[in-house]
Design a binder for this molecule. Sequence first.
Ligand code: ADP
Ligand code: MG
Length: 591
Amino acid sequence: MDIINILPDSVANQIAAGEVVDRPAGAVKELLENAMDAGATQIDLVVKDAGRTLIQVIDNGCGMSDSDARLCFERHATSKIHQADDLFAIHTMGFRGEALASIAAIAQVELRTRQTDSELGTIVTIEGSHIVDQHPAACQPGTSLSVKNLFFNVPARRNFLKKDSVELSHIDEVFRRITLIHYDIGFTFSSNGRVLYDLKPGSMLQRIAGLYGAAYKEKMYAVDEVTDLVKIKGFVGKPECAKRSRGEQYIFVNGRYIKHPMLCAAVERAYTDLLPDHSYPAYFIGLQVDPSRIDINIHPTKTEVKFVDEHALFAILRSAVKRAIGQFSLATELSFDTPEEFNFAPAPKNYFPEQPKISYTPGYNPFKETRRAGSTAPKESLEKFDIQQDSLPELPELHEIPSNGTVAPVNCIQVQNRYIVTTLSSGLAIIDQQRAHERILFDRLSAASQRATPDSQTLLFPVNCTFSVADAELLGELLPDLRQYGFGIEPMNQTTMVVTATPADVAESDLQGLLEQMLADYKGSTMQKFSNRNQTLCVSLARQMAVRHGKTLCQEEMQQLLADLFACPMADISPTGKRIITIVKPEELLK
Ligand code: ADP
Ligand code: MG
């Protein structure tokens, strides 16, 4: 019995669509690229409900003939390449002839198009790969393509979509990746009737300013380098403007946004020794190379590219960026608070150290109810502690550090400005100060939702923070959570938020950076299928607010930190699953 059959086009297209258009932003990218390939000088993007109900792209490009307007929805229908050899000399954004066929398979599409020299244009309506209607009509020269009710026939995809604010921020990212490098084209972007961007054609720096705010003009150095192999033109952020998230890093090749870890590394290498730990420069760099020396064909969404001359490019890019930074700044003038190394002053002459006294009680059981009498720690947290006992390698004993918040008379020393060393009954405890603090803050933040009024400190001077429109929108949605943690944040306008209060634990001077990193972490987590919003936000904030390695702590601070740590039910493991405490047992010490 034969059981094989050929899938109908509509099904095949729908399957293929999964590759090209996984979310509204995917469709936006394809439509914007088509408009650019058509030679448009002005392109308008309109979305409703983050692209769920409508994505429309209007261009003033070459338009299509009546029959092309039908043919363009066929699979492998493209005007951009004709033969296999053309693949090695691609000058357009598209070339696969898949996008429109895919989009038409999973949405209701209306195409209006007119070639400049025709009197009349044509309107094609297509739905789930079936042409519903085509008729001639008067329309503007160029093309307008409306995608309505994306995924109307693919409920699984539709249900998988995230909140509007998240989808909109993906569209925003696609819009940036395209508009940043095509600064000679005018673009507008409106969402639910609101104009988010109106970008005039101009220079790359003007485009950066149009997308990120005028302040960016002062934050950038120009990179300009011409060699036989590559032309490099773009802007890199001044080292002092580096941020704590990697957000604004863009590399383009022949007008196309690409992801290329090696080239990113080349740029970052140029900043060696110029940036504090965990901070990243912004960069917007366009490369022009001979199309025959790159392969953009290895990935269907086409952000990965292979270069023939990878190593040479690496070196050229690094030195170009180095020069751009070096020309205008002197590395030696900048000072950064790098973690101190071992820094013990030599002991004075004739000084004999006293033998330290360490006391411990090997048979001590911290979980005995009687020892906790008078403690304010809730009983329930102790029980949780107990349950963890098996899974944790070593548990510190608690009797030396009462959990009622008072400071115990245990001496701590700080080693390498990174570890707190103290004695516990079970031995010598080495505690990672940053991870310990992350644990404490995480527990406090995540418990905040159960308290009626969060611990909050009002700022003497409210701080204005500015974001991209999409980020501001996303932040707006997270405000209820943030208020619970103790933040006071009010939207001022489309892009500015005023911070009036912070959680009591925040000793943070860079609130803008804190919020940006939190948004970046949140966006990152929404890519994962199972993400818990509260947990993501608490982890992100706790990690940023925690004392860093390299910070000197005084005796009281260390003791308070330990007291707080041991009041946590999972004192041994940081919120990201890293070990906080290592115990060196008395037997090991004896050895
Ligand atoms: P590709 O861009 O890979 O060629 P698409 O499915 O995106 O494939 O588009 C198919 C064809 O439709 C294009 O090759 C082009 O000829 C035509 N086309 C699509 N969008 C436009 C537009 N905005 N203006 C003019 N022609 C267009
Ligand atoms: Mg295309």
